[in-house]
Design a protein around this ligand. Structure first.
Ligand SMILES: Nc1ncnc2c1ncn2[C@@H]1O[C@H](COP(=O)(O)OP(=O)(O)OP(=O)(O)O)[C@@H](O)[C@H]1O
Ligand SMILES: [Mg+2]
Length: 300
């Protein structure tokens, strides 16, 4: 299936089968279907989640209205790659100072950001009630967008696992660094314990050569199969590329600053692969699923 075919299927699907799929999974009947959602996560910090999610959001915004959700509620920094300075964030939503719509920052044509917030340390450890408010905000915005991309926080907190398990598809970004691989595995272990049937893809970032990406993915796959009883889908690598450093220095995304660079080309190919996969799976509604999961969050 090529990209154009995928797009044609993706758009009508918002009024098609996802609703019946979600009913069959035990959710209440929907009045409409939902925007597809993708969560870019890792385990270890600094592996490239924000680079990947900014690129994916930019690419999706070429064809549809896209919301980038910064789910790092302690030191959210997704805005740094969008050249914007949000005046309202999810912190304001949780504190009752802003509605969901007021917390949205326009970034580019068809690309908006729901910023995470920073400097409010307790936001990194949300209570179930606070997480529910965020879920309601995301749900309130869902119908305005064709795609939701979540830039996850690092680590394996309740909050990061909740966002990942509520998303239709999770993309794990690792590097070949052994600690990044170990943390990716640890994230997957907790994610699968929460949601055994989670759809998960794997990207190896900053690969020095294609074989390095494949070796890294193969190690993670082997350990997951052996100890978790299931694998993840390796969709490819992003090369270590100075174009990414230059884009970050300009507070922009490499897709817009250097679209012909090796990193941008790899990210474009990976986003197509992810988009094609999303066509095949049910879109359960990120906010709705996150809200439903709040009822199962253990009290702190
Ligand atoms: N493919 C790449 N080539 C070169 N440098 C890269 C690449 N990907 C990421 N980087 C560098 O790594 C830095 C960290 O990337 P990024 O901010 O996306 O990580 P993160 O996983 O979002 O971090 P955090 O966990 O703190 O949110 C970037 O600022 C950039 O300097
Ligand atoms: Mg980040």
């Amino acid at each position: 299936m090529n990209w154009d075919q995928a797009l044609r299927i993706l758009q009508p699907s918002r009024t098609g089968s996802p609703a019946s799929d979600s009913v069959s999974r035990g959710f209440p009947a929907l009045h409409r279907s939902h925007a597809p959602s993708l969560c870019v996560a890792s385990g270890k910090g600094g592996t490239g989640k924000s680079v990947v999610s900014a690129a994916f959001a930019a690419l999706w915004s070429e064809t549809g209205r896209t919301l980038l959700v910064d789910a790092d509620l302690g030191v959210g920094n997704a805005h740094l790659m969008q050249s914007v300075q949000p005046t309202r964030t999810l912190v304001d939503v949780v504190r009752g100072r802003a509605s969901a719509a007021e917390a949205v920052t326009p970034c580019a044509s068809r690309l908006d950001l729901l910023a995470g917030g920073s400097g409010v340390s307790q936001m990194a450890s949300l209570t179930p009630g606070e997480l529910r408010l965020i879920a309601e905000a995301v749900e309130a915005l869902d119908s305005r967008y064709d795609m939701l991309v979540v830039d996850s926080a690092a680590g394996i907190s309740e909050q990061t696992i909740a966002f990942a398990s509520a998303s239709d598809l999770v993309v794990i970004v690792t590097t070949s660094d052994p600690t990044a691989m170990t943390d990716a595995y640890a994230f997957l272990k907790v994610l699968f314990a929460r949601r055994r049937d989670a759809h998960v893809d794997l990207i190896v970032n900053r690969a020095l050569e294609e074989e390095e990406g494949q070796r890294t993915a193969s190690r993670i796959e082997t350990v997951c199969q052996r100890f978790l009883g299931r694998g993840v889908r390796f969709i490819g690598s992003v090369p270590d590329d100075r174009s990414v450093l230059r884009a970050v220095a300009q507070r922009r995304c490499v897709i817009t600053t250097e679209p012909e660079s090796p990193a941008a080309a790899a990210l474009r190919s990976l986003q197509r692969s992810v988009a094609e996969e999303l066509v095949q799976i049910a879109h359960l509604g990120l906010g709705r699923t996150l809200g439903a999961s709040c009822g199962t969050v253990l009290p702190r």
